[in-house]
Design a protein around this ligand. Structure first.
Ligand code: SAM
Ligand code: SF4
Length: 324
């Protein structure tokens, strides 16, 4: 089958699957304080998730990232990992997970054994008070989760969203904490994907601002870019740092990603106002062939992206429901 390609010439290789919109954290930049959860009956069951994942793998997707909400809240997570992992036989090359890690400690070894190749762990600050202000939760279980993943021999990267007035003072302390442990870190510019009216342009700490803060005490060298959304840097000649600058320097022209929500809605861009309801069509009984056609059509029509239409999107779906 020909690869999934959009009208701007970008081939899709990566799919993020949200396993649930539920989360045990309340990160202020990700969801409203009192979120409206999706009706439980609308969430895809495991068979439905695996069927859609298979359809994408058959269409050329070779990297899948499981996300949410918080994927560890999914009771059948291990089975999901094993069954999606079995798509390696059909062309899947990499299976990853993004998690807040607060509930991962007891499951870390099993998840690695079940086939997760790498984990992105969200850790926005190393100072407990700053962490609590941003996530409305405690840092200790997250640090335990990171230790458990390290003990299990997992590949880990840290992700941190930086927000002015909240955690920009933590940029250097968190970097030094991660450097001391040899865990790669990626800073992410704050994107307009939270509760309507919450995001402000002034609250974005740009890539340039982050580099200036780090440059006071560390040597930072720019590295050649790959297809990864993060601009790579080398700190003090040895430590890999990435910065995802969607707002100040969008990477839309090379975007190779798609997103599937927990109800099976396909969003071809984080900033798309509308999704394609594959889950609902599947429940109406349509064939894989028809679903595949709908995927191809939606991908072909993918917008240019944030670069072409910056700012908040008018839609009720915030980051926790989209699957970051
Ligand atoms: N619960 C998991 C976690 O926190 O890692 C997975 C889902 S979360 C939505 C995925 C990623 O989206 C996290 O790294 C989070 O920091 C990021 N994110 C959420 N809202 C964001 C925003 N407004 N701007 C930038 N990144 C955001
Ligand atoms: Fe939950 Fe992750 Fe969103 Fe935080 S960023 S509220 S942990 S989904």
């Amino acid at each position: 089958m020909s690869p999934l390609i959009d009208r701007h010439g970008r081939t899709k290789r990566k799919l993020r699957i949200s396993l649930t919109d539920r989360c045990n954290f309340r990160c202020t930049y990700c969801m409203p304080e009192h979120p409206d959860w999706l009706p439980r009956s609308s969430l895809l069951d495991r068979g439905e998730v695996v069927r859609l994942a298979g359809l994408f793998v058959d269409s050329g997707i070779d990297q899948i990232r499981l996300t949410g909400g918080e994927p560890l809240l999914r009771r059948d997570l291990l089975e999901c990992v094993r069954e999606i992992g079995a798509l390696r036989e059909r062309g899947l090359r990499r299976l990853s997970m993004t998690t807040n890690a607060s509930r991962i400690a007891p499951k870390a070894r099993e998840l690695v054994a079940a086939g997760i190749d790498d984990f992105n762990v969200s850790l926005d600050a190393i100072d407990p008070d700053t962490f609590r202000r941003l996530t409305l939760r405690e840092i200790a279980p997250v640090l335990d989760g990171i230790d458990a993943l390290t003990d299990a021999g997992a590949n880990i990267k840290l992700n941190a969203v930086v927000i002015r007035g909240d955690n920009e003072k933590d940029i250097v302390p968190l970097l030094e904490w991660a450097m001391a442990r040899g865990i790669p870190l990626r800073y992410i510019e704050y994107m307009p994907l939270d509760a309507p009216g919450h995001w402000k342009r002034d609250a974005v700490v740009s890539e340039a601002d982050m580099l200036a803060a780090i440059g006071v005490s560390h040597r930072v060298e720019h590295q050649p870019r790959s297809s990864d959304p993060a601009t790579p840097y080398l700190v003090d000649g040895h430590y890999p740092l990435g910065i995802i600058s969607t707002v100040s320097n969008p990477f839309c022209s090379t975007c190779d990603r798609l997103r599937l929500t927990a109800t099976g809605e396909l969003f071809t861009c984080l900033f798309s106002p509308l999704g394609t309801p594959l889950g609902a069509r599947m429940r109406e009984g349509v064939s894989d062939e028809v679903l595949g056609e709908q995927v191809r059509r939606a991908v072909w029509l993918k917008d240019a992206g944030y670069a072409a239409r910056p700012g908040p999107v008018d839609r009720p779906v915030t980051m926790h429901a989209m699957g970051g």
